[in-house]
Design a protein around this ligand. Sequence first.
Ligand code: AMP
Length: 208
Amino acid sequence: MLTIAVSKGRIYEDALPLLAEAGIVPTDDPKTCRKLILSTTRDDVQLVIIRATDVPTFVEYGAADLGIAGKDVLLEHGADSLYEPLDLKIACCRLMTATRVDAPEHKGRIRVATKYVNTARKYFAEKGIQAEIIKLYGSMELAPLVGLADCIVDLVDTGSTLKANGLVPRELIMNISSRLVVNKAAMKMKNQAIALLLEQLEKTLSQR
Ligand code: AMP
């Protein structure tokens, strides 16, 4: 049995057609069904539906053999403990800094609100900017509006969420897409099944 960890929402929706090409079609829809383990049209493959930030953890500990996770989540988790053999080129967006439209040029120490604490700390340290990082779990856009932070680090796709809140994207930290990750032990123990799946996904991606 191969267990694949996926998060609900955009990554799941974008991953479905790719998995279908490998003959993997879930027999339930996580939008309407509360099951956390979904069987698929392949007897040897099941999906576990978890929070995006938990995907690397499930795969690292071997609770799932494979996972699909955004590069943002992998960077933040520290992905040395996982193999990352494939860029699935889905759920693409950008990890960016953003400030209020009228934000003054900041000279000294800045306050940054984000859920990407490790990534943000590393980014500002590499730029030689002193930054106090404030961990938030959501609604980052609010932080500069209420004086909690000068700047946020968040995912940007169309930019409409920032715009609706009077913020502008400033610096690109990294282009983001979802990656296939694999548990290191599973890569050895279940090599044949995983290698075949990788081959099928690679073929589908090359035809896109
Ligand atoms: P947008 O308004 O299109 O720029 O989308 C920005 C909002 O969607 C932010 O709240 C992001 O956290 C979220 N978002 C955008 N792209 C992704 C993605 N690929 N994965 C997860 N969240 C995303």
